[in-house]
Design a protein around this ligand. Structure first.
Ligand code: KIV
Length: 267
């Protein structure tokens, strides 16, 4: 029987200097494969909007979509800790809605933790959700739900003032009770400084090697997203090519009358 990973294990990993592995998943088969492979945490990211639903960004993703994908991921997971993203407009309006929506993601989705974007500006929201005994992961730096303010997916914290604000944000989310913080799209030296200043783990994406853990989008590392590949993504497989050639062979065999053969037919 595999032991379920908890936030205590994640905190212990930072204390002991063990790096934390995180990937996104949005469905049962991927969740099962990465859980079996030994991933520490699975993020049901609102990146589902871009890589599964084909939107240009994460803003259209709804609570209902997040709950649906989270249920599928949770069914495929027996060991990894499952975190779910709070989608745009599910926590920004007021604390009551934020608490209700965080609760729904845990109760109806079955995740163990929620993630939301922002620093100092969402510290009160994080504290309110943590007060309901729901573990929270914060997310600062390049926050995709702020795409229109940032003017695109741009590295954040290059200027000294912005870097200082990101350190303030990191300390604020820790003080608010977040058990981990995602650092996205920031210079590696800034990530090193933030990681050293915090007692909670930092999980980097495009933030260099000094973070306590790393997260990437599963479709990016398997080459399933052919449209665009950011500099920080390393491709570990080319699954698109495998899928394409399998489909082409199927079409060829159907057209040529080779499939189904005797082996795949009933007598
Ligand atoms: O939605 C997502 O997949 C994320 C990760 C990229 C951190 O927030």
């Amino acid at each position: 029987m595999k032991k379920q990973t908890t936030i205590l294990d994640i905190q212990r990993m930072k204390a002991e200097g063990e790096k934390i592995s995180v990937l996104t998943a949005y469905d049962f088969p991927f969740a099962r494969l990465m859980d079996d492979a030994g991933i520490d945490m699975i993020l049901v990211g609102d990146s589902v909007g871009s890589v599964v639903s084909g939107y240009d960004n994460t803003l259209p993703v709804t609570m209902e979509e997040m709950i649906y994908h989270t249920r599928a991921v949770v069914r495929g997971t027996s060991r990894a800790l499952v975190i779910v993203d709070m989608p745009f407009l599910s926590y920004q309006v007021d604390l009551r809605e934020a608490r209700l929506n965080a609760g729904r993601l845990i109760k109806e989705g079955g995740a163990q933790a929620v993630k939301l974007e922002g620093g100092e500006n969402v510290a009160e929201t994080i504290a309110a959700i943590v007060a309901m005994d729901i573990p929270v992961v914060a997310h600062i730096g390049l926050t995709p739900q702020s795409i229109h303010r940032m003017g695109g997916f741009k590295v954040q914290g290059k200027a000294a003032e912005q870097a200082r604000q990101l350190l303030t944000d990191a300390l604020a989310v820790e003080a608010a009770g977040a058990f981990a913080v995602v650092l996205e799209g920031i210079p590696m030296e800034l990530a090193r400084e933030i990681t050293a200043a915090l007692s909670i783990p930092t999980i980097g994406i495009g933030a260099g090697v000094h973070c306590d853990g790393q997260v990437l989008v599963i479709h990016d590392i398997l080459g399933l997203c052919e449209k665009y590949s950011p500099k920080f993504v390393k491709r570990y497989a080319d699954v698109s090519e495998t899928i394409r050639s399998g489909i082409e062979e199927y079409i060829r065999e159907v057209k040529g009358g080779e499939f189904p053969d005797e082996e795949h037919s009933f007598k």
